[in-house]
Design a protein around this ligand. Structure first.
Ligand code: FNR
Length: 182
């Protein structure tokens, strides 16, 4: 049965390479995983006072996470960590106290950068934060993707056979991980 995956894309820019990578992963996961993007760019900055009248974007975030079988984050690296927009989303859905929407969710992290280490430091930080949220984080296989523009087409197809095979194995491992831990 197809599993629903709540997807965090850590870049808000339209031409994001992480968004392109997400499209490629979605295509490889067809029939196994169905992606639902979390609109993290619409969230206000975390402010405890806002719980008095819960912003619709926050309710929507929590509902989508809770309805999902798993969480996937596709993150760029900003100054050797993951972008603040992801931390903001993690903080919102972790509250109110005792109602952490992330808790127990199988999760995976990948991401890409034009830098050769492929957002590896950001991914490591994000995995640590996900553990903090009591998510069940897949650590192997890892997928640190050094972005090569000519390997990915805009429609999500992958033209580099080596990268396609590598990412197919990654997606299949995540689907199996969700079956085991979901
Ligand atoms: C970057 N970039 C970057 N890249 C990297 O490999 N390591 C890093 O620490 C950083 N730091 C960093 C900080 C900030 C504030 C920005 C805006 C960018 C470059 C980054 O990988 C590049 O801009 C990617 O294209 C960002 O991903 P999206 O937006 O294309 O998905």
């Amino acid at each position: 049965m197809t599993k629903t995956v709540a997807v965090i894309i850590g870049s808000l820019r339209e031409d994001s390479i992480n968004r392109k990578l997400t499209r490629a992963l979605e295509k490889l996961a067809e029939g196994k995983l169905s992606f639902v993007e979390l609109n993290i760019g619409a969230l206000p900055h975390y402010n405890e006072d806002l719980w008095e009248t819960v912003p619709a974007e926050v309710s929507d975030l929590k509902a989508k996470v809770e309805a999902a079988d798993a969480v996937l984050a596709v993150t760029p690296e900003y100054n050797r960590s993951f972008p603040g927009v992801i931390k903001n989303a993690l903080d919102w859905a972790s509250r109110p106290y005792g109602k952490n929407s992330w808790s127990g969710k199988p999760a995976a992290v990948t991401g890409t950068s034009p830098g050769v280490i492929g957002a590896a430091v950001a991914q490591g930080h994000l995995k640590a934060e996900m553990l903090n949220q009591n998510m069940v984080v897949m650590h192997q296989p890892e997928a640190y993707i050094h972005w090569k523009a000519d390997a990915f087409a805009d429609d999500g197809s992958i033209t580099d056979e080596g990268i396609r095979k590598f990412l197919q194995a990654y997606v299949d491992a995540f689907a199996a991980f969700i079956e085991k831990h979901g």
